[in-house]
Design a protein around this ligand. Sequence first.
Ligand SMILES: Nc1ncnc2c1ncn2[C@@H]1O[C@H](COP(=O)(O)OP(=O)(O)O)[C@@H](O)[C@H]1O
Ligand SMILES: O=P(O)(O)OC[C@H]1O[C@](O)(COP(=O)(O)O)[C@@H](O)[C@@H]1O
Length: 335
Amino acid sequence: MIVTFTANPSLDRTVALPGPLERGEVQRAVSVRQESGGKGVNVSRALVASGLESVAVLPGADSDPVLAGLRETGVPFVSLPIDEPLRTNVALTEPGGVTTKINEPGPALDADQQEALIKLLLESSRGASWVVLAGSLPPGFPADFYATVARRIRAAGNGSAPYIAVDSSGAPLAAAMSGDGAGADGTATGSGKPDLLKPNAEELAELAAAAGFASATADELEADPVAAAAAAAAVVRSGVGAVLATLGSKGAVLVTADGAWLATHPPVAAVSTVGAGDSALAGYLLAHGRGAAPADCLRQAVAHGAAAASLPGSTVPAVHQTTPDAVTITALRKD
Ligand SMILES: Nc1ncnc2c1ncn2[C@@H]1O[C@H](COP(=O)(O)OP(=O)(O)O)[C@@H](O)[C@H]1O
Ligand SMILES: O=P(O)(O)OC[C@H]1O[C@](O)(COP(=O)(O)O)[C@@H](O)[C@@H]1O
């Protein structure tokens, strides 16, 4: 069973535009879709769509539309009731798939609510194979929240803790990489370093800089998978188990302690890239759960990502909608 944790879920509204986005002008939408979202929520949605067992842990009032959406689509969840409504994130898609996302900060949660969420996650993740800590942190959260949660999951697991994956951005992502967070008793014991990080090109550039790797821009990393693998290798050398770096239409690289690989998919007609990264992570976990070798986990990640990009809104694909056989894998040097 794979447990996902989304501290800052969202109602994703995807507005399809008839042409390129025109700043400062009035444009009429062609269509609007609304889905329950947030990074961990999307990973759970994608896993459940393929028949896997997953539970999403998140805050939210019982009547919140995000929870209602999960109920409607049959995605199991455990929620911490809060008074404030969850946020709404808007994505504007242009013909051709160019996607502009506007993400709200989300409702602030105080220290008691943060602790209650951690307790809910610890209870829910007993016996899980993976715990996915994903997305931005709402206002009021310390940047080292994910590192703290990772330490506490491992402390509660008594040596048989689940693997931990993190997909975030900015300060929470950098702190997750360093693994420095408080343990259950407030002291920094045990490792908070994740088994898997899933940055996109921008996040990889931030991580590589924080790991002391020669600076590279997101565009440079996206255009050059060898440079992306070298940057990801610097992150792995810092003690992270593996890095799955997604590079938009250029595919993704996976770097572990044992090797580095690039996966590419033939071009797809992109419709909306919202949820493509989350679907890629779900594809990786799905293959990992089947006991696939690292390169084949990467293959399924890119197959899932490409399928998600070709679907509208934040629709996540089921495995039968993906084309892993179309993915090309190339072994890379990682140093
Ligand atoms: N325009 C696109 N065409 C084809 N595949 C895409 C496109 N955008 C994203 N993908 C797929 O989705 C994955 C994740 O996309 P990416 O943009 O890197 O992540 P994120 O959504 O986290 O920013 C990529 O590795 C790729 O497989
Ligand atoms: O928590 P953040 O970083 O604001 O991101 C949340 C947004 O990202 C998504 O999870 C989509 O993420 P990806 O496009 O990276 O897969 C949306 O569902 C959600 O609106």
